[in-house]
Structures are given as structure tokens and as C-alpha cells.
Design a binder for this molecule. Structure first.
Ligand code: C5P
Length: 227
């Protein structure tokens, strides 16, 4: 079986990362969560007072980009690679609703996308990779052998994300999570640079009514047919 590149794109909270992790584990591939990279830059901006509800100092963030080093380290216990910002593990910190509320504004900046896309292309250069995000099949790996585009209703996605946040112990309201999902969909789909859209040759999977097992098996079959 030859190694391929699997690109998984789609709207927020469509369960891309869950299936991408399962698939990478099963195939012995590397998994790259590109959303975590945009979240890491956003977290840096928050920590350094560059973004808040009142203000967003884009120029300062762009100027400080060379100081932002993002890396991944495999955690054997968890079974996937966690994200590090300047050598500090920030896997938990980047999953808050606060980071989610700013990340799409940060991800719309071309200079940031350019830096992260370059790093993503390096990470996937040897193939044998499952990468999830918004522009993997369209921009990062337009030649990926298998491209998937995941969808589900905004309500279904918000409910899943809400449950995740509650299980982590975060104090959030369902309505705020739903508003955030819809806002990110809008910003991600309408930005000038690399908007979220289905690549022409991507296979669309609506998982609103699919169990995790059904989804995994469907995608595994597609991967097997491609390799
Ligand atoms: O996948 P996740 O929901 O963690 O992504 C967070 C945000 O990062 C998205 O809403 C989007 O704004 C941005 N993103 C992106 N391009 C990617 C991955 C994520 O613009 N390839």
C-alpha cells in the first residue's frame, strides 16, 4: 500500500479531528491539526495583549511572527501529537471559547497563513499524512490523493462542541457556542485569502446522522480505495 496525503476540510466542529486521528492511527500516518496552529497564534496574540474584544493590533502580530514557533510532540498516552508554542504545551489552553472567538480574525491575515501553510507543507512533504483544516485540499495540498469535505448542521456541530467544553469543565452557554460556530463559518467562508470551500475533487460527507464508527468506516474504505 503506497503512502498518500489525506486532506480533510470542512466547517467548525464537524468532527474532522476525531476521524483524522482515528484514520492516522489506523494507517500509521502522521496527523496534523492545522486549526491548532491558527489557535496557537491566536493564543500568542491574547497573551501578548494584541487581541481583545476592544482591539486587534494586526500590525504588531505580523511584526512578531518570527517570535512564534509552533511545534507538535506525540503524546503516547493520548495517542496524538499535542501543540507547543515556543516549547510550551498549550494543547488545553487553545481549546477555550475565548480563543475560538478570535481565531477566525487571526486566520484571515495573509502573512500568518503564508507562514503556517509553509510549515504544513513541510510537515506533509513525505506523504503518509492526514491533515485537517479549511484549505488543505484547496491550498496546502491541492494534489492530495484523497480529499474529504465534512459538513453537518450548525446546531449539530454546536451541540457537539458544547458537550466537549462542558466535559472539560468550562462554564459556557449553548447559545454562545452556536453563535461562535456560525460566526466562524461566515468569516472562514468569506475571507479573501484561502476561503473555506470544497475542493472540486473533494468527497462531501454530511455526518449529521452518522455514528463515529460509521463515519470512520466510510472514510477508511475511501482511503483503501485510493491507496
Ligand atoms: O479546526 P479548528 O476549529 O480548531 O480551527 C480554528 C480556526 O482556525 C478556524 O475557524 C479557522 O478560522 C482557522 N483555520 C484556518 N485554516 C485551517 C485551519 C483552521 O483558517 N487550515
Amino acid at each position: 500500500m503506497k503512502n498518500i496525503t489525506i486532506a480533510i476540510d470542512g466547517f467548525s466542529s464537524t468532527g474532522k479531528s476525531t476521524v483524522a486521528k482515528q484514520l492516522a492511527k489506523h494507517l500509521g500516518y502522521v496527523y496534523v491539526d492545522t486549526g491548532a496552529m491558527y489557535r496557537a497564534v491566536t493564543y500568542y496574540a491574547m497573551q501578548n495583549g494584541l487581541i481583545s474584544d476592544l482591539d486587534f493590533n494586526k500590525e504588531a502580530l505580523i511584526y512578531q511572527l518570527p517570535n512564534i514557533k509552533i511545534s507538535f510532540k506525540f503524546n503516547k498516552t493520548l495517542g496524538f501529537a499535542e501543540v507547543y508554542l515556543n516549547a510550551v504545551n498549550i494543547e488545553k489552553e487553545i481549546r477555550t471559547l475565548e480563543v475560538s472567538s478570535y481565531v477566525s480574525k487571526v486566520a484571515a491575515i495573509s502573512e500568518i497563513r503564508q507562514k503556517l501553510v509553509e510549515q504544513q507543507q513541510q510537515m506533509g512533504q513525505d506523504k503518509g499524512v492526514v491533515m485537517d483544516g479549511r484549505d488543505i485540499g484547496t491550498v496546502v495540498f491541492p494534489d492530495a490523493e484523497l480529499k474529504l469535505f465534512m459538513t453537518a448542521s450548525a446546531e449539530t456541530r454546536a451541540e457537539r462542541r458544547y458537550q466537549e467544553l462542558i466535559e472539560r469543565g468550562d462554564d459556557v452557554e449553548y447559545k454562545d457556542v452556536l453563535d461562535n460556530v456560525k460566526e466562524r463559518d461566515y468569516i472562514d467562508s468569506n475571507r479573501k485569502d484561502s476561503p473555506l470551500k470544497k475542493a472540486e475533487d473533494a468527497i462531501e460527507i454530511d455526518n449529521s446522522n452518522m455514528s463515529l464508527d460509521e463515519q470512520f468506516n466510510t472514510i477508511l474504505q475511501l482511503a483503501k480505495m485510493t491507496t
